[in-house]
Design a protein around this ligand. Structure first.
Ligand code: ZN
Length: 237
């Protein structure tokens, strides 16, 4: 299994990786959809634009409890991908995760489809604030250091549009890729599946614990942990 994947990686200088929540769960970041605790609404509603605007304090309570993991460290998957990029083999990482761990591992070209908890902007004057500012703020709702406006995470909330520049950049990478490795996603949630449709090559590799909706179209399906697979596949490169 690893030999075939190794060979494909060895022979290509135009690999694109597309990852989902499974990449982050191996860094002990739980999928927020499985948030534990007693909440009056679904996680999707608690992370909606409507809720952010109407219950900003409660939004931030849920957000900080379930989406911020300041101590999380990159895992083998993040490091293997950063290594492949440095070698000139990987063109880009496209991720649905918002934790910034790919960059922390050393990846440079990262398309964050849903934004990042690392970046936060004042809704009034657009002033940038880092994650420490949000978590260290002594009130529930972080306020801009410059103008006192409400600071919003640069994270795509439910009801919000994706950043089209990021989305189109991801489409372009996928449509030009020689090898597309998809990991840690069952490819059910929008826009994941629609992105894979832009791939024109014949080396689609799916690495996921459990079946995905694209298994029949893939040239390789690996039902295993993404970190372990990528670590093994890049070991002697
Ligand atoms: Zn401001």
């Amino acid at each position: 299994m690893y030999e075939k994947l190794k060979k494909i990686i060895k022979e290509s200088n135009n690999i694109v990786f597309f990852g989902g929540a499974g990449v982050s769960t191996e860094s002990n970041i739980p999928d927020f959809r499985s948030a534990k605790g007693l909440y009056a609404h679904s996680p999707e509603y608690l992370l909606s634009r409507t809720y952010f605007e109407s219950n900003t304090e409660d939004f931030y309570k849920f957000y900080k409890e379930n989406l911020i993991f300041k101590d999380a460290q990159p895992n083998d998957a993040h490091y293997a991908l950063a290594k492949l990029e440095k070698m000139g083999k990987l063109k880009a990482v496209i991720t649905q995760n918002i934790d910034g761990l790919h960059q922390k591992a050393g990846s440079r070209k990262v398309y964050e489809l849903h934004g990042s908890v690392i970046r936060n902007y004042c809704m009034d004057c657009r002033e940038y604030h880092d994650l420490d500012y949000i978590t260290g703020f002594n009130e529930a709702v972080p306020r801009c250091r410059k103008c006192g406006g409400i600071v919003k995470p640069d994270v795509t909330l439910y009801e919000e549009m994706l950043d089209m520049e990021v989305f189109n950049g991801a489409i372009e990478c996928i449509s030009k890729a020689d090898v597309l490795i998809v990991g840690g996603t069952s490819l059910i949630v929008y826009p994941a599946a629609s992105l894979v449709d832009f791939y024109k090559g014949n080396k689609l590799i799916l690495i996921n614990k459990g079946a995905t909706s694209y298994d029949s179209k893939a040239s390789m399906v690996i039902d295993a942990r993404i970190g372990e697979v990528l670590k093994e596949a890049t070991r002697e490169l």
